[in-house]
Design a protein around this ligand. Structure first.
Ligand code: URA
Length: 209
């Protein structure tokens, strides 16, 4: 699928299978989401620019690579984005964090904003939007638009599972934003859930159903 990178490393595929199983505990689900968050982050940041810095090892001076360029921002869509965020922050502890509170109206499946807090100078940073489920695409589209309105220009999207319908709609709205996901599933069902999917990611993370 165009402009979607499926991170199909065996560890990611295995962990995703465990997450899909309906009997996986809340605790395990959260732990796996965090782990996959870190693994996706590793791939999404693969092309970060490097600069050469002068350091001293215990044996001698050397020129060594270090990350250069824009500071990272992880923009977590509440609430399930928090689960992936944790694993990403373990990998890039210096990243800044934005929180985007959007909920999905169960009737219209449209997005309603209830919270937004982001670091300053978004235009100078690489912003990685974090939302495990790219289902209808409405939430991700609204979150990216909100971040663009706040100044973000260089944006990437990290999700755990995507539906083909959501990916298509997302790319129609934001053709400049590349998507990374662990899998693209079959389709959406009539309630806007991804199938086969894994159910409601937020509920499974926090045991709210
Ligand atoms: N959100 C979820 O948590 N699961 C889906 O399948 C779709 C949207």
């Amino acid at each position: 699928m165009q402009d979607v990178t499926v991170v199909d490393h065996p560890l990611v595929r295995h962990k995703l299978t465990l997450m899909r199983k309906k009997d996986t505990s809340t605790n395990s689900f959260r732990q796996l989401l965090k782990e996959i968050g870190g693994l996706l982050c590793y791939e999404i940041t693969r092309d970060l620019p490097l600069q050469t810095v002068e350091i001293e090892t215990p044996l001698m001076p050397m020129s060594a690579p270090a990350i250069a360029g824009k500071k990272l921002v992880f923009a977590a869509i509440l609430r399930s984005g928090m689960g992936m965020l944790e694993g990403m922050l373990e990998l890039v502890p210096a990243a800044r964090v934005a929180h985007v509170g959007l909920y999905r109206d169960p009737e219209t499946l449209g997005s309603v904003e209830y919270y937004f807090k982001a670091p300053t100078a978004l235009g100078d940073r690489l912003v990685i939007v974090v939302d495990p489920m790219l289902a209808t695409g409405n939430t991700a589209i609204a979150a990216v638009q909100r971040l663009k309105d706040a100044g973000a220009r260089d944006i990437r999207m990290a999700c755990l599972l995507a539906a083909p319908e959501g990916v298509e709609k997302f790319h129609a709205a934001h053709p400049d934003v590349r998507v990374w996901t662990a899998a693209v599933d079959e389709r959406l069902n009539d309630h806007g859930y991804i199938v086969p999917g894994l159910g409601d990611a937020g509920d499974r993370m926090y045991g709210t159903k």
